[in-house]
Design a protein around this ligand. Structure first.
Ligand code: WT7
Length: 650
């Protein structure tokens, strides 16, 4: 990770964005010196029903904890993402949909059509009894109807909670109940990589465990034979045929909740991260514009699923607020073959591609030929998100995919931040492979040591954010205390990211990964406690400890140490069974990559599992030096057994 390797911002990008390094620095300075006027000025990117006169009003301190942005402003998100574009670009494609099957027909939905579709969907939701402030859970594949449904909620002031279609019925039921959704929107089936996913069947299973649920709206995607429950389920296409294609946009306060998105933390069950309307939308629009400079006629492609925050901010809200054409991809990068991403780029003349390092590493393994078989001449800019990008993958992306032409925009952020926080600006920032570079104007990251002391100059430590920004999450759904506890008590007065980072001599930021009990599997966050609780739910398991391990493609894999209840044998069959069990309990993304049966776990005399030792063993660092002091263990001998029976990365 040399700090010297620099890729200067290309002159044509500086010309295009009219923002060079000096201007970007000046903007950063102004945003921090006078945040009030800076953010009110930025707020003009949005159309307000009532323009705000108050910017940020917040305190991260215990005695006065509160966060709000533009709280005297009123707006409706869909007027910004749809209606305001109708007079200038009504016929321009808003959503360009690429199907899983390359032989099937793409769909292009213009802003005018989007308006009709969203209004219809909103009227269908209203028909199901949904009103302002009600929660609606969406469990949908990557089809345009997913975006229509999200926007339809925003049109009428309902709060959506999108649950990734890869989650299990149990996980879905838990998320429906936690926020008390009365309506679930799902599909008959989803398609991905040539396979179908039985969403309605999973939704039925979830509904049986979620008594708050009163109605299900089912989008027909594959046309599969589908069981419908009388009085509860309705086909979307039938309901939509009965309602008008116009629906008034409900005026919302800037601080009214827009959505809930569940994400894993270091403790037990996933948290419902809550974002509000004005600040979040501004953040999605501001960061998309600054980092990716969308221009009319260009095609923007964020290859994330709408089930994750990246899909919320950069498939739907940011690009539509900015009047862009956003490509939505139903499929996966390696099906039917390893050329697929680049074929889609050529087919739709994609200008900017935003994807995850894990996808790049997987494709990189297939060699350069599948890339070189395509033109990619339309590409101007490349982006990455989700986990640290290793310099080798960065270089491959830049040199092979982008042929050295396209800056690589590595954006560091989190579900909690709403949008990008540390990222290069294409015309202003010299790039260093593996570094997310510099904070966006208005973002104030700092490093603190374990005691919370602020570090200056080149240093490594815990990444904290010292001031609020408009896109900041506003709460954990149903648990205000948990919001404060999780993010503002470790380092009082500051927002704790849970990430470690290094700042180099040029002030560039290098994210080193999570410092808490969260692992990053293929750019998706997984709480070790969640996987552990699924494992101990199996009758054969008496105790489980889960840690991350390095994984060539996924970044991190899931390594589980399992102690069995007496009478059970740790054989291959049980290993398979436990793997399947976790898949069923949480979803395929939580499948352990390695399961080690252990007669005992290393514990302190007070009974605390020493995860530091388990992490080292999973990483393959088993020397006495690497394992460090084991003298405080109740039974030091268990470590020898763990080392001797370590499972290699498959
Ligand atoms: C965690 C947040 C951001 C949307 C997708 C994931 C890691 C994210 C980067 C990056 C290094 C990154 C961090 C962060 N992360 N982007 N560019 N470089 N690390 O959202 O599920 O909320 O996960 O992903 O560890 O805390 P998320």
């Amino acid at each position: 990770m040399s700090d010297q390797a620099r890729y200067p911002a290309p002159a044509e990008w500086t010309k295009r964005t009219r923002l060079d390094a000096a201007a970007a620095d000046a903007l950063r300075g102004r945003a921090l010196a006078d945040p009030g006027s800076f953010w009110l000025e930025q707020a003009r990117r949005l159309d307000w029903i009532k323009r705000p006169e108050i910017a940020g009003d917040w305190s991260f301190n215990a005695d006065d904890f509160h966060i709000s942005w533009f709280r005297d402003g009123r707006l409706n998100l869909t007027l910004n993402c749809i209606d305001r574009h109708l007079s200038t670009r009504g016929d321009q494609t808003a959503i360009l949909w690429e199907p899983d099957d390359p032989a099937a027909a793409p769909r292009a939905i213009s802003y005018r059509e989007l308006h009709r579709e969203v209004c219809r969907f909103a009227n269908v939701l209203k028909g199901a009894g949904v009103g302002k402030g009600d929660r609606v859970t969406l469990y949908l594949p990557m089809v345009p109807e997913a975006a229509f449904a999200m926007l339809a909620c925003a049109r009428i002031g309902a709060i959506h909670s999108v649950v990734f279609a890869g989650f299990s019925p149990d996980a879905l039921a838990g998320r429906i109940e936690d926020c008390g959704s009365t309506v679930l929107v799902t599909a008959d089936e989803g398609r991905r990589g040539g396979k179908t996913i039985p969403l309605k069947a999973s939704a039925d299973e979830a509904a049986a465990r979620a008594p708050s649920l009163k109605a299900m709206i089912v989008v027909r995607v594959t046309g599969a034979e589908t069981a419908m429950t009388d009085g509860r389920d309705r086909w979307y296409h039938e309901a939509a045929a009965d309602v008008p294609a116009d629906c008034p946009a409900v005026p919302m306060e800037a601080e009214d909740p827009l959505f809930i998105l569940y994400t894993s933390g270091s403790t037990g069950k996933p948290k419902g991260v809550m974002h509000t309307t004005g600040g979040y939308l501004l953040w999605a629009s501001y960061t998309h514009a600054l980092c990716f400079d969308p221009k009319p006629g260009e095609i923007w492609w964020c290859a994330a699923d709408v089930g994750w925050v990246t899909g919320h901010s950069y498939v739907v809200y940011g690009p539509l607020a900015n009047g862009a054409t956003t490509l939505m991809f139903e499929g996966v990068p390696n099906w039917p073959d390893a050329s697929r991403l680049w074929q889609v780029v050529d087919r739709h003349k994609v200008t900017t591609l935003y994807t995850a390092p894990t996808a790049l590493r997987a494709l990189m393994r297939e060699g350069d030929a599948p890339v070189k078989a395509t033109s990619r001449a339309s590409l101007k800019l490349l982006g990455t998100v989700g986990e640290p990008i290793n310099p080798a993958a960065w270089r491959w992306y830049h040199h092979v995919v982008g042929e050295g032409r396209c800056p690589v925009i590595d954006t560091w952020w989190q579900t909690e931040t709403g949008g990008a926080m540390i990222a290069p600006l294409p015309g202003a920032t010299d790039l260093k492979p593996g570094s997310a570079t510099l904070p966006l104007p208005g973002v104030d990251p700092q490093l603190v040591d374990a005691d919370g002391t602020l570090l200056s100059g080149p240093a490594e430590g815990n990444l904290v954010i010292t001031r609020s920004w408009p896109g900041q999450m506003r709460g954990v759904w149903g648990d205000p205390e948990r919001f404060f506890q999780t993010y503002f008590t470790t380092f009082p007065g500051r927002y704790t990211t849970g990430d470690g980072a290094r700042r180099d001599a040029d002030g560039y930021w290098w994210i080193t990964g999570r410092v808490d009990d969260v692992i990053n599997v293929s750019g998706h966050r997984m709480g070790t406690a969640e996987v552990e609780s699924a494992l101990v739910g199996h009758e054969a398991v008496s105790e489980a400890a889960v840690v991350g391990m390095p994984h060539d493609v996924k970044g991190q894999g899931i390594y589980a140490y399992v102690t069995l209840a007496s009478g059970h044998d740790g054989d291959e069959a049980l290993r398979q069974e436990l793997s399947q069990w976790v898949r069923r309990e949480i979803g395929p993304i939580a499948t352990p990559d390695a399961i080690q049966f252990a007669p005992g776990l290393p514990k302190t005399r007070s009974g605390k599992i020493m995860r530091r030792i388990l992490r080292k063993i999973a990483e393959g660092e088993t020397s006495a030096q690497a394992l460090g002091d084991t003298s405080t263990l109740a039974e030091p001998a268990v470590v020898d057994d763990l080392v001797a029976n370590r499972v290699e990365q498959p």
